[in-house]
Design a protein around this ligand. Sequence first.
Ligand code: HEC
Ligand code: HEC
Length: 332
Amino acid sequence: METYMATPSPLQIPRLFEDNILNPVIPTNNPQTVEGIALGKKLFFDPILSADNTQACADCHTPENAFSDADRFSDGIDGIRGNRNSMSLFNLAWNYDEKFFWDGSSFSLEHQAFVPVSDPIEMKSSWIQLETELQQHPEYPNLFQQAFGTSKIDSTLVTKAIAQFERTLISSNSKFDKYLLGEVTLTPQEINGFNVFMDEAKGDCFHCHGSDKNPLWTDNIFHNNGLDATITDLGLGKVTGDPADNGKFKSPSLRNLAFTAPYMHDGRFETLDDVINHYSEGLQNSPTIDPLMKKVAQGGVQLSDQDKADLKAFLLSLSDYEFISNPNFLNQ
Ligand code: HEC
Ligand code: HEC
């Protein structure tokens, strides 16, 4: 008997990524396939994953918000709220360390997808209940058969399919991407904003948030960017147990900020102006503040009103309108 093979569907690596950064490593035990991705997409949008069949992954990770949530804190199925802002989902395959969540507490996309289903502040289901429901469903057994060569559904296959879909969420068509490819021009304001971003004597943002040479627009590393003088949510420190990590959170990508407000791990800032004012004048000192927050003694990088407006215009040029309207990623 031949072993069943689903149809391979390798990731389409965008040129800017290919030219500048390492290609992602896909787990050998979960190759991308047409059938696996389609199944993962269906599961991602299906409220069957929650205890009372009311909440899908997509409810807290909506396509029009670049797969984040417009609410500061997302409601779980009982209306119970966590204390973290939902994260946007794109270019996840390039998160080489595979440390997920604001505090890095989840390893690998496959592993991450285990969490929300049984999390009491998210979907609050149990895997045994979900496996049974999927097994009795009119369509799913056949779809698992096509994707994985078995109609016996278990949590590992569910999370594999979801991870395959998540890896296809690639965002690489912002105005700034097109500018780098020579397809469009930027306004003088956007160009000055980029210079402010790159200038160590001005915004000095690029160390943590990427550059024209890092199309991810994040270093995917954990830092304390000076939000609080007294740290209450320990972030990475709670995960590692090392007080030197207290108050450190993952640098989010600056792609798609037009769709992902509010900002920061706790969604404390509603607008990009608030964020820029934080870095310009609002920094709070604490023992673990990142050494790159060099001007904390003066409250921040002290930008002029013009530089602030230009920086904002540049940041918005990193937003990818094709990504949020890509039919492959919409529930249809
Ligand atoms: C109730 C809202 C909610 C639901 C439902 C939900 N998520 Fe999330 N998701 C969040 C929040 C909030 C975070 C950030 C958690 C943290 O850092 O503590 C997050 C983080 C993530 C991350 C980490 C991204 C990164 O860059 O580190 C992934 C991946 C993810 N969710 C996928 C999923 C999948 C897949 C499902 C469905 C199985 C799902 N989520 C269901 C709210 C939700
Ligand atoms: C030392 C590293 C570092 C530097 C330098 C830095 N940031 Fe950040 N940035 C972070 C971290 C870490 C977070 C998340 C912090 C949190 O939520 O606790 C963040 C969050 C953000 C966010 C929120 C994004 C979201 O989706 O919530 C924006 C926007 C942002 N930074 C822009 C900038 C700009 C503009 C500059 C330069 C003026 C800058 N950053 C400099 C590390 C840095």
